[in-house]
Ligand binder design. Structure first.
Ligand code: ADP
Ligand code: MG
Length: 267
C-alpha cells in the first residue's frame, strides 16, 4: 500500500515542485515505486518530468471529474523513472465543475484507490493556494511535507497552513499528519535563516528535516531540460541534498514519530 504525501505550501516559489520532482526521482533511485501527481494547473511538475503538459490525452483533471480512471491517465515508462499523473490549465475548471458535487473533497482519494498497491510512494505537488485541489490532496494523504524558505513571512503563512491541515484532520481525514518541514534554498550565511530554523525546531521538534536543500543553480536549470537533477547533474549539491532527504524520509518511516501535529500560533 502506497504512502501518500502532499507537498504543500500556499506560498508560490518555495520549492514545492522542485521537491516533488527530485524527491520522486531520489526515491526511485532507492528502488521504490513512485507515482508523482501534478495537482497544479501550471503543470510545472509535468514539464519538469519531461512531459509536455499540452500533449496530455488524460490528466489529473480527468481523474477528478471522473472522465478517466487513474490507471488510464497515469504515464509510465518515463525517462524520469517514476510514473506521472500530469496536469495542465484544464485543471482550473475542476474546482468549478465539482462545486455542486457531494464529496468533492474525496475525488482524488477515491480515484487513487485502484492504484494504491502499484506504488510504495505517491507524492502530490500542490498548487500555491489552500483551495479545493489542496483539500483533495490533504484528504488523500497520510502526511504533509512543507517546503519553506527561512524568511520571516514564511512563518506567517505556516500558521494558516497548519490550521488547514488540522481542520482537514478533524473533519475528513483523521490519519493526516505533518510529515516534515523542509528548509529549501537554504543559505546558512543569512542570520535570519538561523533564527527561523531555531523557531521551527522549537515548534516542530523532530518534524523539521535535518536535511536542508541548499540554493543550487543545477536545481533551477534541470526543469528546463525536463529532468530531475539526479539525471541532469548527479554530483551537484542539489542532487545530493535530495538523495539525503529521501534517505532521511525512509529512515523516519521505519520508526514511529513521537510528536503530534502541534496546534500552534506562530505569530
Ligand atoms: P513552487 O512549486 O513552490 O512554486 P518551485 O519548485 O517551482 O516552487 O521553485 C521556484 C523557483 O525556484 C523555480 O525557478 C526553481 O527552479 C527555483 N528553485 C527551487 N529550489 C531551488 C534551490 N534549492 N536552488 C535554486 N533554485 C531553486
Ligand atoms: Mg509549483
Amino acid at each position: 500500500m502506497a504512502k501518500i504525501f502532499a507537498i504543500t505550501n500556499q506560498k508560490g516559489g518555495v520549492g514545492k515542485t522542485t521537491t516533488s520532482v527530485n524527491l520522486a526521482a531520489s526515491l526511485v533511485a532507492t528502488r521504490r515505486r513512485v507515482l508523482l501527481i501534478d495537482l497544479d494547473p501550471q503543470g510545472n511538475a509535468s514539464m519538469g518530468s519531461g512531459v509536455d503538459k499540452n500533449d496530455l490525452d488524460n490528466s489529473i483533471y480527468d481523474v477528478l471529474v471522473g472522465s478517466s480512471t487513474a490507471r488510464e491517465a497515469i504515464l509510465t515508462k518515463l525517462d524520469a523513472g517514476y510514473d506521472l499523473l500530469g496536469a495542465n490549465q484544464d485543471l482550473t475548471a475542476a474546482e468549478v465543475e465539482l462545486i455542486n458535487e457531494i464529496g468533492r473533497e474525496f475525488r482524488l482519494r477515491e480515484g487513487l484507490v485502484p492504484v494504491l498497491d502499484d506504488y510504495d510512494f505517491i507524492l502530490i505537488d500542490c498548487p500555491p493556494s489552500l483551495n479545493m485541489l489542496t483539500v483533495n490532496a490533504l484528504a488523500a494523504s497520510h502526511g504533509v511535507i512543507i517546503p519553506m524558505q527561512c524568511e520571516y513571512y514564511a512563518l506567517e503563512g505556516l500558521t494558516a497552513l497548519i490550521n488547514t491541515v488540522n481542520r482537514v484532520k478533524q473533519l475528513i481525514n483523521p490519519e493526516l499528519e505533518i510529515e516534515g518541514l523542509l528548509r529549501t534554498m537554504y543559505d546558512p550565511r543569512n542570520s535570519l535563516t538561523n533564527d527561523v530554523s531555531t523557531q521551527l525546531y522549537n515548534h516542530f521538534g523532530d518534524k523539521v528535516y535535518r536535511t536542508v536543500i541548499p540554493r543550487n543553480v543545477r536545481l533551477a536549470e534541470a526543469p528546463s531540460h525536463g529532468m530531475p537533477v539526479i539525471h541532469y547533474d548527479k554530483d551537484s549539491k542539489g542532487a545530493m541534498a535530495y538523495i539525503a532527504l529521501a534517505g532521511e524520509m525512509l529512515r523516519r518511516g521505519d520508526k514511529p514519530q513521537t510528536r503530534e501535529t502541534p496546534d500552534l500560533q506562530l505569530i
